[in-house]
Design a protein around this ligand. Structure first.
Ligand code: DC
Length: 220
């Protein structure tokens, strides 16, 4: 039987992964970053030099194993956590994740992971498709300028030289692609609670969601 499920969806740069990880650590739940899975597919597709526009070329997914554990993403036994964050992967991931075949394969893995215990899963279609019965569903948003500033800060801290305007552009393009694709687009589930984090700190957002979880568990 499934354990306690928390679904966190939202646009690029809304802080989903950081916040989901903190909540999972605090509540001793398992965190699964589904964006990392689509990024891993994109990385392998680029490495194999397939035609990224041709859905039939993604059949390599039948022979590799993508898994997410302890906050790292693996392809077979290779940890690709660093490689999946490159510009090239980011630029192509919306295209790759728009293919029904790719989504079917990833959703299958995610549904299995969702059954394995208490989970906090973050992505775009978690509350709508992957865990429609999650006890807590959150839709995180923030103004695009604020999301871009956060990304920018993160990149600078890692020593990358990046331009803020470019990040805004990249986020806007990705948001449009992710929310207008045919197959399970980024969309707030009807029963999800929307939290606008534009003026909230990470800690404040974490506290809010932990409050929702406690109340759903009948602890408040
Ligand atoms: O959360 P992220 O930025 O790492 O996600 C990368 C991309 O993966 C995002 O632009 C769209 C796709 N994605 C998706 O289609 N469905 C999910 N559940 C998670 C991510």
């Amino acid at each position: 039987m499934a354990g306690f499920q928390v679904a966190i969806d939202g646009p690029a740069g809304s802080g989903k992964s950081t916040i989901s990880k903190l909540i999972a650590d605090r509540l001793k739940m398992t965190h699964i970053d589904t964006g990392a899975m689509y990024r891993a597919v994109t990385l392998i597709a680029i490495e194999r030099q397939i035609d990224l526009n041709d859905e039939s070329q993604y059949l390599f997914l039948e022979s590799i194993r993508i898994s997410y554990h302890d906050d790292h993403i693996y392809v077979d036994n290779r940890n690709v956590e660093e490689e999946i964050r490159t510009k090239e992967v980011t630029k192509n991931v919306s295209l790759v994740s728009s293919f029904p075949y790719v989504r079917r394969k990833m959703v299958e893995l995610q549904k299995m992971a969702a059954e394995a215990g208490d989970v906090v899963m973050d992505g775009r279609d978690i509350g709508t498709v992957v865990m429609p019965n999650a006890q807590v569903k959150v839709f995180l948003t923030a103004k695009v300028e604020e999301r871009a500033k956060r990304r920018h800060r993160e990149k600078l801290e890692k020593g990358h030289d990046v331009n803020l305007e470019k990040i805004v552009e990249e986020l806007v393009t990705r948001d449009i692609k992710d929310s207008t694709r045919k197959e399970s687009p980024l969309k707030k589930a009807d029963d999800a609670i929307e939290i606008d984090t534009t003026h909230l700190t990470i800690d404040q957002t974490v506290e809010k969601i932990i409050g929702l979880i406690r109340s759903a568990k009948g602890e408040l």
